[in-house]
Each structure stands twice: as C-alpha cells, then as structure tokens.
Design a protein around this ligand. Sequence first.
Ligand code: BDR
Ligand code: CA
Length: 340
Amino acid sequence: MVVTHRVLLDVDTGIDDALAIMFAVAHPEIELLGITCVAGNTSLENVVANTLKVLDVAEAPSIPVAAGSRRPLIEPARASHVHGGDGLGDVGLPVSAREVDPRHASDFLRDTLLAQDEPVTIVALAPQTNLALLLRQYPEVVPKIERILFMGGSASGGNATAVAEFNVWHDPEAAAIVIDSGVPTFMYGLDVFNQVTIDERDADELLLGPSASGRLAGALLHHQMADDAEGEPNPDGYAGHIGDAGAVCALVDPEALHVERRPVRVELAGASRGQTVVDRRQRVGEDAVHGAHAAPDRTPTGAAGGTAGALAGPLPVDVALDVDRLRYARLFLDTIALLP
Ligand code: BDR
Ligand code: CA
C-alpha cells in the first residue's frame, strides 16, 4: 500500500489517544509528520511523557513531538477522571529518552505546514487549543491544511455534561475558532466514538500476545473496560472502546461511516456551554426566513469584520453519524497487529 494520508496529530494522551497514535504509526497509508500535545485528559507534562512512551513501545521512527498549551484559552485545565493518575491508565511504561521538539506546538505546526508542497490533514484528538492558536497566529497556513478531522462534539448527548463532549467542553472557544476558520472540518463525535469496541476475548489476545504494542493496547483496552463497566452498559457486554483511534480509522476507511454535511455551532454560554448544535433540519427554518444570524468573520486575517446577510449561520461540517463498528474494530486489530 502507498502513503495516501500525510498527517499531523494533535493529542492529549490519554488512553485512547495512545491507541490512536499506535494505529497511525502502524497504518501503511499514513505518514505521520509530527505530533503536537495539549493539556486535556491530563496535564501537558503527562501528555508529552505519555506520547513519547507510546512511540517507544511502537518502535516508531523519530517522529517529532512538540508541546503546546497547558490550559484552554479561557477555562482552567481540567483533567479527565477516566484516564488514571498519569493519564495513561497507570500501566507503568518506562520514561522515554526521546527528545521533545523545542518549539511551541503552534510554531511547530506552522513551520511544518509551510514546508509542505501539498496540503496535509490535521487529526485533532484533544481540546483544540493548539489549533485555535495556530489559526489565529498564523492564518497563512490555511491553504496548507487539507482539512481538520477532529474527535469532538456530538449530534446527540454529551459526556462531560449532559450536552457537551469532553474535548469541546474543555475549550469551547477553541473549537468554535476551528469550526469557523473556513478550513474544511470533519467531526468524529460521540455518535460514533462510543460505538467501536473490542470485546474481552480480543483484548485478552492482545494482552497475552508476543508484541509489546499489542500488550500495551490490550492493557489500555482492559482499562477502558473497567471504566465502561462502571458507566453505561455497553451493547456488547464487557468490551473496551477504541475511542480516538476510530477518528484515525475514519481517515483511512471513510466508507464505513454515515456522514452528513450539516451546519454546526458551538455553544459558548450557560448550561449548554460546549455543546455542538448540529442542524439536521431538512427544510429552511424560521430563523433563516427572519434573518436572525450575524455571520462570523471567516477571513483568515479577520479583516472583513462581521457581516450579516446571505452568509449568515454556522458553517457546514462533515458530521459522522453512524459507523460500521465491527469493520472499524477489525481494522484496528489488523493494524495494531503490524506493530512490533
Ligand atoms: C474525548 O475525551 C477524551 O477522554 C478522549 O481522549 C477523547 O478524545 C472523548 O470525549
Ligand atoms: Ca483524546
């Protein structure tokens, strides 16, 4: 297979971010140009340390890793409670000797993007603080970004709050900046995120298998299972979800998804702060008829100022609404099996 996806990953590693990194390293159609880290599931220091450890286990070549934001644009940092004390399920991996790129993530992204002949895809698996800073500081990178495929949001309920998904809830302003940036966006949200699971037998096989990467994946999936067992009942019984790794599956196997292009707005205030409002109406609503919206300024430089009128309303996002979950589970297992 040939490389067809040149990718920058933005992560908050994170149990399922670790699964996603291993998948991206292993998949023959993906060339990983670099990984940027942001506070989210755990502190920035933990995220960086965890990311380097996972690359070691996967015996990945020297993929540059850069540290970014310690906290969201406005909110304080709020680590998730489901990823263990170190953010990686406390599985006890050795500290890595890999070096971290000295640049801030947004500078690393800028330099890497501007050095490319062809636009690349950014896969964002974390709060989008680094990407918002990139787009605000360096709008000249926009033509170099093919699209931003992000794990975040939901067209149904939330997980961080009743209506907000964790990554968007953690930094709603950043998500709004990214969605309104004019860069094509693809949302792999909770509607599909929670569906792709690995059952206990397959996780055990990984855990007891010959490859260090497989054993790490098995241990992380078992951590997910324990967490799932405490939460909502899983349709498969005892199973661990691949989470963020599904968003990387979406890159290489989009046909397994049902996707609709829909206007999406990020709520920034009140009890629904962090909610992604996905407009699934088939007909023009009263809001459009009565011209209620002022359009955000989507020029990269912000030079136009806000304008009202024909452009009013949120921009369309490709929203994944359903997934062939067994196909992604198989793809995940087959790809992880390629690692040492
Ligand atoms: C998202 O939040 C984190 O817990 C996961 O890594 C994923 O990116 C799910 O809401
Ligand atoms: Ca994540």
